[in-house]
Ligand binder design. Sequence first.
Ligand SMILES: *[C@@H]1O[C@H](CO)[C@@H](O)[C@H](O)[C@H]1NC(C)=O
Ligand SMILES: *[C@@H]1O[C@H](CO)[C@@H](O)[C@H](O)[C@H]1NC(C)=O
Ligand SMILES: *[C@@H]1O[C@H](CO)[C@@H](O)[C@H](O)[C@H]1NC(C)=O
Ligand SMILES: *[C@@H]1O[C@H](CO)[C@@H](O)[C@H](O)[C@H]1NC(C)=O
Ligand SMILES: *[C@H]1O[C@@H](CO)[C@H](O)[C@@H](O)[C@@H]1NC(C)=O
Length: 589
Amino acid sequence: MDCLKKSSLFSLPIFLLYFSIILSFNNGVNASHKVFPGLQSTSTVDVKNVHRTGYHFQPPNNWINDPNAPMYYNGVYHLFYQYNPYGSVWGNIVWAHSVSTDLINWIPLEPGIYPSEVFDKYGTWSGSATILLNNTPIILHTGIVDAKNTQVQNYAIPADISDPFLRKWIKPDNNPLIVADVSINKTQFRDPTTCWLGQDGYWRTLIGSVCEKKGLAILYKSRDFMKWTKVQDPLHSVDGTGNWECPDFFPVLLHGTNGLDASYNKKNIKHVLKVSLDVTRFEYYTVGKYDTKKDRYIPDKTSIDGWKGLRLDYGNYYASKSFYDLRKNRRIMWGWANESDTVNDDVKKGWAGIQTIPRKLWLDPSGKQLVQWPVEELETLREQKVQLSNRKLNKGDKIEVKGITPAQADVEVTFSFSSLDKAEPFDPNWANLYAQDVCAIKGSTVQGGLGPFGLLTLASRNLEEYTPVFFRVFKAQDKYKVLMCSDASRSTLKNDKTMYKPSFAGYVDVDLTNKTLSLRSLIDHSVVESFGAGGKTCITSRVYPTLAIYDNAHLFVFNNGTETIKIKSLNAWTMGKPKMNWSFGHSSY
Ligand SMILES: *[C@@H]1O[C@H](CO)[C@@H](O)[C@H](O)[C@H]1NC(C)=O
Ligand SMILES: *[C@@H]1O[C@H](CO)[C@@H](O)[C@H](O)[C@H]1NC(C)=O
Ligand SMILES: *[C@@H]1O[C@H](CO)[C@@H](O)[C@H](O)[C@H]1NC(C)=O
Ligand SMILES: *[C@@H]1O[C@H](CO)[C@@H](O)[C@H](O)[C@H]1NC(C)=O
Ligand SMILES: *[C@H]1O[C@@H](CO)[C@H](O)[C@@H](O)[C@@H]1NC(C)=O
C-alpha cells in the first residue's frame, strides 16, 4: 500500500465529498483530544464529589481516558488506563495501573508505564497485552518520540514475573519495535491490538491509521515478536471514515456466550473488527470473516461498514478494548466514558472520565451483531432489593420505584403489551437520519402509540430534571422498528448552553413476537449505562443533575403511549460501594 505517495487525482471528487461530510461533523478539529496546555497541570483545589460515581472505576482525581492492556494473568485482573497525574484535562499521560481479583474491587498501584526514554519521551499512549506461548505477558503500545507527534510502537515486559501484581514494567533498549514507513502518516499511527498467532507461526497486530480520509487497520507480522514487517495491504480499510483509533479484532463463537482467545481460528466462528472513529467519537464494529490466506477481513453483507454501522454503545463510550478472560472463559470489554460537562467544570470538580462497568460480550444467535452484558461479578454489589410485577401503565402514567437509592442502583425491567397495532408509522425520511436524530424529534414528552415507555432515571421529584431511557416502536413498511433512547436533554437545570446533552439512541433488532421488551440500567450519580433487549443495544449517558442528587434522586417507570404497557417484572437494587483502596500506591510518578 502506497497510500501517501499515490496520486489522489482519480479519487478527488469522492475525496471532496467525504471531506465536506467530515468537516460538517468535526468543526475542523481533527485531534483525538482537545488540548488545553494551560490547564494540564492545574492541581485540584477541591474534588467535587456530588457527581462522582459510587461503583464505577474512577481514581480519586484527575483526568482518565482509554483503558489499556486489560488482561487476566495468574489469578489477577490488570487494568491500565491513560491518566494525567497532574490535572483534570488531557495531558502528561502515563499508564496508571490497578489490579483486582473480581473486576469490581481494585487495588491501585504505581503507574506501569510512563514517558522516560527517547522512544517515548513525549507520551505513552494506548496499547494492548498479549500472553506469549511461554505464559508471559507483553505489552505493545504507542510512544510519542518528538514534539511533532511522531508515533512509534514500543513494548514493555514485567520486571519480575514472580510479582503477583506485576508492578514494575521494563521498556528494553531495542525499542521502538515498529516505526512508520514512508507510506504511513506517522502522526496517525497508534493503538496496537492484542497480537494473535497465525497457523504460519507468525504473530500479527493491527495499528490504527488513516490515509486521505480512508481509515486503516494496518497489519504487521513477526515470528519472534521483536522484528515486525508490514503486510502489503491493511487487514481492512474503509474510505471516508477518517482516522481509526483503538482497533480491536477478535473471534466470536457462532453459538454460545463463551469467549475465545485472539488466536483461536476454527470453523465455528466469526470475527469482529471494532474501531474508534476519531471524527465522530463513537465506536463502530462489523461482524465478518477473517480470510487467513489473504490476511484480510471481510465484513458480512449484513454489517454496514461505516458511520451508519453498528455501535458498541450509542452514547459516551470510546476507545474500548476487549480481552479473553481465561478464568471464566469469556470475552470482556472495557470502555471509557468521557464527561459531558465543560472543561471548566472538569477543572473545578478535579476529575474527568470513568471506565464503564466491564461487559461480557458474545455473538447474537442471529450472527449479525454482538450482545453485551455487565459482568456477573457486579451483582455482588447488589444490596436492598425491590420488586414490582404485573403493574399496568396507561398513557401518561408513572410509577415510582421506592425502597432503594435511585442515585446508585441497578434496575432490570421487562415490559409487555398486548398488541403492536398502535405502533406509529415510521417516516420514510427518517431512514436517512441517525437514531439519535429521531430520538431528538420523538422524545419522551412526545406522546405516541406503542411507547414511549421506560425508566425516568436520576429524576427530581417533580421532574424538573430526569434522564429518560425508553423504547418507542414504529411500524415501517415491512417490519417494526424499535428505537431505544437515553435522552440527556432534560437531565440538568444547570443553565449552560455549551453543555453536551445529546438524545443518544440506537435501534434494537429484536423479535417482538412475544410482545415483550426488556431494559437494564446501571445508574450511578452521573452515569446511566443501559442495555436494551438483553444487551443488543447499549447506551451510556453522562449527566449532571442539580436537584436529583443523593437522596433526592428518584426513579420512575413511565408510559406516554396510547397502548397500555404492563410491567411484567421489575427488580431494582441499591448498589454498594466496591473497595478501591486508593490510599495504597500512588507514590512515585
Ligand atoms: C498527517 O496527519 C496530520 C494530522 O491529521 C495532518 O495534519 C497531516 O496533514 C497528515 N500528513 C499527510 C502527509 O497526510
Ligand atoms: C408525557 O407527555 C406529556 C405531554 O407531552 C408530557 O407533559 C409529559 O411530561 C410526558 N411524560 C414524560 C414522563 O415525559
Ligand atoms: C417467546 O417466549 C417463549 C416462552 O417463554 C420462549 O421460549 C421464546 O424464546 C420467546 N421468543 C422470543 C423471540 O423471545
Ligand atoms: C489499604 O491497603 C493497605 C495495604 O494493603 C492496607 O494496609 C490498608 O489497611 C488498606 N486500607 C483500607 C481502608 O482498606
Ligand atoms: C465527550 O465529550 C463531549 C462533550 O465535550 C464531546 O462532544 C465528545 O466528542 C466526547 N467524546 C469523546 C469520545 O471524546
